[in-house]
Design a protein around this ligand. Structure first.
Ligand SMILES: [Zn+2]
Ligand SMILES: [Zn+2]
Ligand SMILES: [Zn+2]
Ligand SMILES: [Zn+2]
Ligand SMILES: [Zn+2]
Length: 294
């Protein structure tokens, strides 16, 4: 019984570790010291320089909020792109290039699915038959002048009229778009809270959980009062149990590594939000949302 509990906790700690570190450990678990060092080095810039990625309709609605597992036109996931910036790029639009070796993708590009099927280009070939290199030429024909999909989004607008938008927190706030809570997780993209992954028209508003209150935004952020910033605190319980995870077997690690889906993103963040709900001024909204959604 006790062993089961320890394993469940180890699994949870591993999931948290993976959400924070992503693939930055190169497939080899950090030691507790390396993990602490990683958090000290990476998290401040990640929290300050987070990029928000969404797929925006000409109506201004964010029809898709991109999360860690959301696929790019290049067939790689958002989390496989360069999502951490020590210094925010000055140029606009901000490029989020793919980090997979040999991939020509120069910036993350969302492409919708038709159910589970890739959408077709006007050249009749599927999205994934096109190159992710600039111009998105077709690999299967010579008449294509670059990927162009007339697939109709749930918002009523054709896919080609949408734009993958990459913006900073300030840029979103200036437009009155929600930014959610600061979280230490890698490649959060446009996820700002519960139900973020639902398509725009399925959400109760067009943007996820709604803007945080001014009070929250202006509150001084310290490691003591910010639930998600627990990661900053000195040797944390998660770090202490890492050797146990590393030693116990990679079987534990494989459970959630490489097998994640967008549904997992949703489940994970939803769970975290609900666990922490009492910390949030808008916790009432979260609960209301979840009950109405079900
Ligand atoms: Zn790629
Ligand atoms: Zn890409
Ligand atoms: Zn084409
Ligand atoms: Zn073609
Ligand atoms: Zn749309």
């Amino acid at each position: 019984m006790e062993r089961l509990q320890v394993d469940a906790q180890a699994l949870q700690e591993y999931a948290e570790y993976r959400r924070i570190v992503g693939d930055d450990d190169g497939g080899k678990l950090f030691t507790p010291e390396q993990y602490e060092e990683y958090k000290r080095k990476v998290l401040p810039a990640r929290l300050q320089n987070r990029l928000y990625v969404s797929w925006r309709s000409p109506t201004g609605m964010d029809c898709k909020l991109v999360g860690p597992e959301t696929l790019c036109f290049c067939t790689h996931r958002y989390k496989q792109h360069k999502t951490d910036y020590e210094v925010l790029p000055k140029e606009r639009p901000i490029s989020v290039p793919c980090r997979v070796k040999g991939c020509p993708c120069q910036s993350y590009q969302f492409v919708p699915l038709n159910g589970t099927q890739p959408v077709r280009c006007r050249c009749k070939h599927f999205a994934d038959q096109h190159s992710a290199a600039p111009g998105f030429p077709c690999n299967s024909c010579s008449k294509c002048s670059g990927f162009h999909s007339s697939f109709t989004c749930a918002c009523g607008q054709p896919a080609y009229a949408h734009e993958t938008v990459v913006e900073t927190k300030e840029e979103r706030l200036a437009q009155g778009k929600p930014v959610g809570q600061d979280v230490p997780y890698a490649a959060m993209g446009g996820l700002t809270g519960f139900s973020s992954l639902a398509e725009g028209y399925m959400r109760l508003d067009d943007s996820g959980i709604g803007a945080p209150s001014a009070e929250l935004l202006e509150a001084p952020t310290t490691s003591m009062d910010h639930p998600f910033l627990k990661a900053f605190q000195g040797p944390s319980s998660s770090a202490q149990s890492m050797p146990q995870i590393a030693g116990s077997s990679s079987a534990t690690g494989q459970v959630s590594h490489g097998k994640q889906s967008e549904a997992d993103d949703m489940a994970y963040f939803e769970k975290r939000y609900q666990e922490r709900a009492s910390y949030y001024i808008y916790c009432f909204n979260v609960n209301t949302l979840s009950q109405e959604d079900i």
